[in-house]
Write a protein of this length. Sequence first.
Length: 249
Amino acid sequence: MDLDFELRHWNPKARPYQKVLCAAVVGYSRFVMTKLNRLEFIGRHNWDHAFQTSTRGILSFSNHVSLFDDPLLVSNLGRVKFSDVRWIGADHRNFYGSAFKGFISAAGKCVPIVRGAGLDQPGLAFLAERLKAGDWVHIFPEGGRTRDEHARLKTPFKLGIGQLIAEAKPVLAPFYHYGMQDVLPIGTTIPKRGRHVRVLFDEPLAVDNAWLHARGVGSDSATSDDFRKLAQWTFERLRKLELEMHPNP
């Protein structure tokens, strides 16, 4: 696979227009979720604590049920200032399949992940660098939207999240949401109104060598098996939240 060709529409260098376009998307997303729909936070203090007290990179992760969980939902969790907006892994064909898509996606700080290219690829390396620099990165570890009729978690989780945890040792901020499948059902692109979305935030966790060792993961030379262990841990974390939140767990 020619990654240079696949990623030809991705340029991670910041452009002046991106701040304006990103702010517009964030503003629209907040309008849709708080004015046209009802957004309820549970345990929001856990989320705020992670961002207010940490000087390290923050890796948030959640379930994925609709085409626009990000930006519609995630935009309501952070700040409008461009430098504070999250980075997010995104399917390269859907978000960088053309020059126009690349123009829009770059403004939203979307980082292309090439399906089938493995763990050694530019997008994952870039996200790890951003975490090490102290930025916020969000990941959908399912690797795509769940197709479960009740919007339950899809397994197995992708190894990329395990790699980011092992390499960057970030603060982890998990959350689980329910209701986005009603705001934007599969097959639709225009958000509905009058829906209720609930978000449950878990306690943040700071990864360090001791935490990795306790899970049988090498801190200096982690392997694919180590990444799998960490991906499984993230599943168990979200599954716990799902059991608390989901009406049909």
